[in-house]
Design a protein around this ligand. Structure first.
Ligand code: UDP
Ligand code: MG
Length: 332
């Protein structure tokens, strides 16, 4: 029975919301206009990620007007990736679209994503052909990040894609089996495999409000992506340590040689200071990198729920039970 009611929904749309009060009316309008062209059996799931404005009030009002609008209200801000995860956990559609709530990802593109999905792909991601209105700095750091990911990991994360994509129920169910605390969804989806393809679009600029991804969050996101998919930084550290030890060994040999054979004792503390500072710096960086990995192990060992739902208009039986994403059976 539960299985059947799940399959009645053709398409779920998951939208993370953080301080988007000015956008919600237009967002809802465009989403429901687009999705209703695909199927009458859809659901829109808005996840309010601890907004400080009236976003929640608007979502609650919308859900009272429209039967297929759901909201999940977090107890605080848990971050974009976790908000999307909560939406995926609650979604029931045969296909699920993940889309940003700031209209930078045009809802109308869902039509193209769905058309491509019907040709037999499990993942259809939207590739950014151009990014309007974003600072040079953001574009440059994003570009650097995607290139670094490609160099450091052996999974094929598509260049210049965000989380705007359509995924099949199968992929959603497997994602639920990946309970890591430091979420990097686009990496996880790439890692899962299946048939993946892309649709190009031009990314609009934010209409209102400002980015919820300041530099500090971008840095955390990049670290999560790299440390959860690559051991290269650890390898780099040990190679660096090895190289520096070799060099210092050579220098020691030279010092002995020049003292006993050339009878010249090296004077000057400059070289000493420089080399000890250099080694000190390298050690700190190395400990820091190892610490990043350990902190991730620690978080996963603590086994805390990924998010706390304060309230929601979804039936509570449909919401994932604690510990949320763990022990979820794959059914398809
Ligand atoms: N967002 C969120 N939690 C956060 C930050 C952002 O749910 O802590 C949502 C935000 O409302 C938007 C999406 O995630 O729908 C993308 O965020 P944003 O536009 O700020 O990121 P950018 O496009 O600048 O990378
Ligand atoms: Mg944005």
């Amino acid at each position: 029975m539960a299985e059947n009611s799940k399959l009645l929904i053709d398409l779920s749309v998951v939208v993370p919301i953080y301080n988007e009060e000015q956008i919600i009316p237009e967002l809802y309008e465009r989403l429901q206009h687009t999705v209703s062209q695909i199927t009458p059996h859809y659901e829109l799931i808005f996840v309010n990620d601890g907004s400080k404005d009236s976003s929640l009030l608007q979502l609650v009002a919308l859900s009272k007007q429209a039967p297929n609008v759901y909201y999940i209200n977090f107890s605080r801000n848990f971050g974009h990736q976790i908000a999307v995860t909560a939406g995926l956990d609650a979604s029931r559609g045969k296909a699920v679209v993940i889309i940003d709530g700031d209209l930078q990802d045009p809802p109308e593109l869902i039509l193209d994503l769905y058309k491509t999905y019907q040709q037999g792909f499990e993942v259809v991601y939207a590739k950014r052909a151009e990014r309007k209105g974003e600072s040079l700095f953001k574009k440059a750091t994003a570009k650097l990040f995607y290139r670094a990911m490609r160099a450091l990991t052996n999974i094929n994360i598509p260049l210049d894609t965000g989380d705007f994509r359509l995924i099949d129920r199968k992929v959603v169910d497997y994602l639920k089996l990946m309970p890591e605390q430091n979420k990097f969804l686009r990496g996880q989806i790439a890692w899962l495999g299946f048939r993946q393809t892309q649709v190009e679009f031009s990314r609009d600029q934010r209409k209102y409000g400002k980015t919820g991804y300041p530099l500090s969050k971008m840095f955390k996101f990049a670290m999560d992506g790299i440390t959860s998919f690559s051991d290269q930084p650890l390898l780099f550290v040990s190679r660096l340590g090895f190289t520096i030890s070799l060099i210092s060994f050579a220098v020691i040999l030279y010092a002995i040689y020049s003292h006993y054979i050339l009878h010249q004792t090296i004077t000057g503390w400059t070289s000493l200071i420089i080399s000890s500072m250099f080694i000190g710096g390298v050690q700190l960086i190395s400990v820091g990198i190892i610490g990043e990995y350990i902190s991730r192990i620690n978080k996963n060992v603590l086994n805390r729920p990924l998010y706390i739902i304060e309230n929601s208009n979804l039936n509570h039986e449909e919401l994932p039970q604690e510990p949320y994403t763990r022990h979820t059976a794959v059914t398809h």
